[in-house]
Design a protein around this ligand. Sequence first.
Ligand SMILES: [Zn+2]
Length: 393
Amino acid sequence: MWLKDDFKRYHYLVVLHTICTIAFVVRFIVLCTDLSSAKSDSIAFPVIILLLELGSSFITLIGNCIYIFLRYLGPILFESDHEKVGCCSQLFAWNLSTLTCFRCECYREHPQLVLVTRLSILILFEAMRFIAFILACVCANRYGPIGLGYSILAAFSFVPAVILLVVEYLHHHRLWFHYRPDTSSEEKPQYINEHKRFLPIAMTNDQQTSHWQNSRCDKGKDCLSRNLYHVIIYHSGNTRNPPEQTKDNQIVVGFHQTSHAAACSIAKTQLKPSSNGWIGPGIYFATSLNHTEFKANQFGAYICAKVDLGKTKRITHPKDWSSGDQCDTVYYEHPHGADEFCVQNERQIRSWIIVIDQDPNVRFLQEKNNKPLPSGKYVEDRLEDIVYQGCWL
Ligand SMILES: [Zn+2]
């Protein structure tokens, strides 16, 4: 993929934003000179152009300044996500600086739209600047050399602005469409329909809150959303999921941990039931991402799946299970909340997203006999989460 290197892309973004800022300051000075020399009967044009410039480039400039400020001083100012400086929380400040403060309720269920919002706002700003440019061209003859100067400056500054939009889009594209841990062959592998996508673990709740395991969703443990994106990104911590009582044919979200190599192979085939297990043969799921740590034999990739429980037998002790049970799922209600369930048939698994631990403990994985990817590495495509700080949610 073009500009796959995260650091390089981030470097380009910084350079392009700086060029656009300098271009804006120059245009602003030219406009102010124009305004001061304009006659009262022809002042309307530069006033409208100035307002359009302030409504687009100036807002981006302010956003970028807050972003740089937060990136370096945010951790000193804000001790936790909910702590406020004045009336401004850290989360709000991040949203403001990344131009993603326009929030709809649907973003809860579709977090991938957050970056689309940022891109749309930037495109809208460019459209406003284009209108300003057209106005300047129309009235350039009225103001002589200065008006013409603004038009030429505006035309040239569209070049870095358009490249900037392309690089911004690549950021979104890389995160949601292109990221995969196995990149030894450049060709994209064929995944089965149930596999939605790979996501880096840095996008989950745990990595974004300074308070470990705080849910990013306001509804916390009462949240009933079964959208995979929502559950992974906002409730990846110790939030019990599914709820206290399961019903037959209920759709729940289950978590299963396996190795990087196995996850890449599952994305192309399917999860296969084991021939035995402590609550019967089948595919085992924990009810939160963290609980898979105590139940897995292989580590590094988390399969978060939407599972149809079908006919369910709920047990409170593993010995309550017997091979004669006529059910699709055995649900074990653990005394300390670490519930797990075993589904008999892979067809009960409707869809999944695979979350990849980007920074695995290689020694631990080797000790546990986890097979790496064919290239010998555990993660071939490392997504540098440090450059995405504050950008995605
Ligand atoms: Zn929620």
